[in-house]
Design a binder for this molecule. Structure first.
Ligand code: NDP
Length: 313
């Protein structure tokens, strides 16, 4: 039986509608959530991501401001910008689009963001809150993965979950969220022995690797749920055919654009998985939806009871 396709676009839209309703109520009560987006230089991929984030703000009613320091910006200049945003009351969330230019000390810049406004959830204080199960801001992509599982009715508690990838942005936080949701979690990485064997234990397999189609059917327990975080651009025809030979829709798209997006999971896995996120249209759309969610959450957390009091007034 073919896998159930977990439609991230639909789930993300559902979350965006919920956030929009909440933002409307908050705005009516005099507290409009605001997001500052900092985009340094001219990285074309970053520019596309930032456009998507600003557009999402408009759609859900979040106030947004964009800052575009030049490619030659120094660490000191960015720290001054962040400090200014930390002080502005109408700014609830600060997002520094990564990667930053090589001359900038990215860790120092991210550490300067007020943890209460850290809508990416990367600040060590929010990392600590997550690992100790305290209220805080959770990284967007991992939070989105949990939303996909929960809103699709896929049980997490008691399940064997295997996460391939241990980055601070995806692998580690998603493993922590799954642990907090009572899964039994194994984290794998490039030094893991018998990766396929470990993955075959998984009821829930999360691939956050950055290698096109690396997870093949050999890594699968039949019927498992697969979350494919990878976003890899394929441009070569031979590589394209390795994944999509015989897929007329993909072939047409590839002929038109000369490029296509492939996850870390080989498309053949859909034949034996129980449920799977597609690429594109799986995890990707959740990242921006959860950024909107986090901005509204930051606004509520920063203002404490004031929002509740204003809503009652
Ligand atoms: P990183 O490069 O930071 O981390 C990759 C991880 O994969 C590392 O832990 C690395 O291990 C592990 N890895 C690499 N090769 C292998 C291998 N052969 N076997 C086992 N493990 C391996 O990537 P990110 O976590 O930032 O991103 C992962 C993917 O997710 C990328 O494709 C990225 O584009 C995508 N992504 C998608 C998002 C979305 O919104 N959909 C958001 C963020 C990322 P080690 O630590 O040992 O080096």
């Amino acid at each position: 039986m073919p896998a159930l396709i977990l439609d991230g676009t639909r789930i993300a839209q559902e979350i965006r509608s919920e956030v929009a309703a909440e933002v409307k109520a908050m705005t009516a009560a005099g507290v409009r959530p605001g997001l500052a987006v900092v985009l340094v230089g001219h990285n074309p991929a970053s520019e596309i991501y930032v456009r998507g984030k600003v557009k999402a703000c408009e759609e859900v009613g979040v106030y947004s401001e964009q800052f575009t320091p030049s490619e030659s910006a120094t660490t000191a200049e960015l720290l001054a910008l962040i400090e200014g945003l930390n002080r502005r009351d109408e700014i609830d969330g600060i997002l520094v689009q990564l990667p930053l230019p090589a001359q900038v000390d990215a860790k120092k810049v991210l550490l300067a963001v007020d943890p209460a406004k850290d809508v990416d959830g990367f600040h060590p204080m929010n990392v600590g809150f997550l690992s100790t199960q305290r209220p805080g801001l959770v990284p967007c992509t991992p939070a989105g993965i949990i939303e996909i599982l929960q809103r699709s009715g896929i049980p997490i508690a008691g399940q064997e979950a295997v996460v391939v990838g241990r980055s601070d942005i995806v692998g580690k936080p998603v493993a922590m969220l799954l642990t907090n949701a009572n899964a039994t979690v194994t984290i794998c990485h490039s030094k893991t022995r018998d990766l396929a064997g470990v993955c075959r234990r998984a009821d829930i397999l999360v691939a956050a690797i950055g290698r096109a189609g690396m997870i093949t059917r050999d890594f699968m327990k039949p019927g498992a749920t697969v979350i494919d975080v990878g976003m890899n651009t394929v441009t070569g025809l031979a590589e394209f055919r390795r994944f999509f030979a015989g897929n007329a829709r993909r072939e047409e798209m590839f002929a038109k654009k000369g490029t296509t997006l492939v996850g870390d999971v080989h498309p053949e896995v859909a034949e034996i998985a129980g449920a799977i996120t597609p690429v594109p249209g799986g995890v990707g759309p959740l990242t921006i939806a959860m950024l909107m969610f986090n901005t509204a959450k930051a606004a509520k957390m920063r203002r404490g009871n004031r929002v509740a009091e204003l809503s009652r007034a």
